[in-house]
Design a protein around this ligand. Sequence first.
Ligand code: MIG
Length: 793
Amino acid sequence: MLFGQKVHPLNFEYGDSLTVAEDHARLDGRHFTAMVRCETIADFGLRLRFDNGNVADKRQYSDAVLPQYREGRPVPPRRGFNALFRSELGSVELGASWLRIALANGARLSTTREGIGVNGEKLILSFDVSEVAGFYGFGERTKRLNKSGDRMDFWNVDVVAVFPHTYTRDDYDPAYASIPLAILKTGANYTGLFFDNPERAVIDVEQAQPGQMIYQSMGGNTELYVLAGPTLRDVVRHFAALTGKAEVPPLWSIGYHQCRWGYETEADFVALKQDFAKFGIPVSAFWYDIDYMDGYRVFTWDEVDFPAPGAFNAGLKESGIRTVTIIDPGVKLEPGYSIYDEGKAREVFCKTQSGRDYVGRVWPGDTVFPDFTLEHTRAWWAEAMAKYIRDSAIDGVWLDMNDPATGYSAAEDMLFDGGRVPHAKYHNQYAHFMARAGVEAFDRLDRNARPFQLTRSACAGTQRYAALWTGDNASSWGHLRMSIPCTLNLGLSGFAFNGPDVGGFMGHTTAELLVRWYQAGFLFPFFRNHSMLDSKPQEPWEFGPRTLQAIRAAIRTRYRLLPLLYTCFFQHYLTGDPVLRPLLYEYEGAAFENLDDQFLLGDSLLAAPIVHGDGQGREIVIRGARRQLRYVTLPPGWWFDLNRGEWIEGGRTFEYAAALEETPLFARDGAVIPWYEGPLHNDPGELDQIELHLFLKERPGRFFYFVDDRRSRDYREGRYNTALITADSGYRAIRVNVMESGQYPTGTVGFRPVLYGRSGEWQAVVVTNGESRQSTLQPATRDWLCKSLPVLA
Ligand code: MIG
């Protein structure tokens, strides 16, 4: 099947008889027999296994689901005219060619009458979605948040290599990552459907047939997980429980990152460091793209451009700047090159049917590919990678081309496990197993340190090992707009730690686009400026003082808000909640079903960035200053406008005008936002001096702050505190209570209240772990985007 071709339900055969056995139901057609089993998974899901007799290899190759959920509790079918699987979570009724799901929480979902079909190894499931208003999740996708009307192909590709026109389009498909999770919203009730099959699949949402969502697998057996709501939060948490969460990242990795394809020598990085210092911009890491290597050989450095990488990177780190290098999976086919020789001797590479090492053509020329699905390959890779990380004194790695990109060589010739396992079983999981091997490398260096990897490709579950960036976007307003729904759907699909190339990768950015991209991107979980070789430079200072001023404000505010971001990551680790959320995550209502140019960071900060400009949007001129207009939708209740410093009433949509220096940002009534108040450094430090920004109009404030050492994995053993922070306001007085509990020493963080949106003098009582302190407070309206900083000449 070629990309872009459609699923056709008429090419399938649908069962014509049903037999109920002790532990399964059997569907028979003339050309197939399929057994269906049902299990419950913990207290949140049902699993339906479709075991199609035409499938040659019945093993489950998917590594998506955590080991503890791979065994479910069998639900035997009741005999009757149809088969009925009944459990405390709900029931599944099965006919010869259809099924109906009725969950205990009231959710109802069924296939059409001809809803379960088979064509050779392929399985089709056609759901009746005529009552469904919203379709979310689906991993990394282009286009809009709500996938109604889309058709998505789950097959990882090196997007730009396959579709060179992505420059100008924002509707291409497939992408680099494949996560076949559909979250359906019916009224206020959400249900998740996760189709666990690592092979290629297609999900057509009301494109081929209005009112139908059609899943089609291309081979292998599918296990369908039905994840119960009723809320979106329930479904997302259940999927995260099922497939795993991201570790709490090292603090530096949620700072600001500077990257570019084209930094080629030590001198380039020295200059970069000087520029960041000169312009007063904190930066947590510099990134090395492929040019640092010796002839693109993995785990090497070019000796002329980087004579002493270990010492050089250690030096950068002394200034608080970490380093990250790109690592491609392809190993140059070159006898005499030690990594190739070792790999060859240990038989670690993927094979062809003819028994040879599979050869692709990527950056180093002819390349062979480690078979990361094999334990001994991972062990070999981890050892080499650990040595390389140590010798190079780098802090993180960037896994590129792991879709896998094989150049002009057809990827399907690449087989696994010594040639025994077809390409399709692991294609979508190639990056996943590479990332797994990478975590093993970090573990060898220090089991208690937090690893950092960024990956381009992924499948369900890869969030356990790496963060993800959304690949080669373009410097265009369309791609800026698309980056918001893309990151939101990734967050709903288990991938909290993700982000786009800020400024855009391909093509030349403009001053206005760059500013707007930073103003949207500075709140994204992953925040990195990256651009392509030979594109116009897009470092923060490249477009003159006004642009620099606006960008610097966004980056600095990122560092001020690191306590909030860190809290969101910690919360993700504990619960599975995404860091960046669509409004639907916190608020119910049809008004939010298609809203994808706004988002929430955590549950209390709402951003509605400007995503039009350079003459494309609507503009007005107020007192001589050009402003962009956009619509903003605020959920019911009071919201504090952080540009204007005033309360506005929500529950409506209105026009907002923002000058270049402004980005629409609102804090919810009752928000407590932790703000780092110490001096800004490249290395963010401990997050121990915190201002509590209080937004209290009619609602009391409430927030959970997490305290740990910010560095180690001790939190996994419970060595962290949860500080419950509450805030109430009375007559000219506020009372803040901070109560830490947990296994970490208390009192390591200082909290100071800052009150917004009130005038006059206020008394503050802050009770920290039972100790009371009284002070007088000047209500402040902090200038979040630091507009008051002088413009540098
Ligand atoms: O064939 O390493 O998506 O971020 O700069 C292109 C060069 C290979 C693709 C990545 C991009 C990176 C580029 N890489």
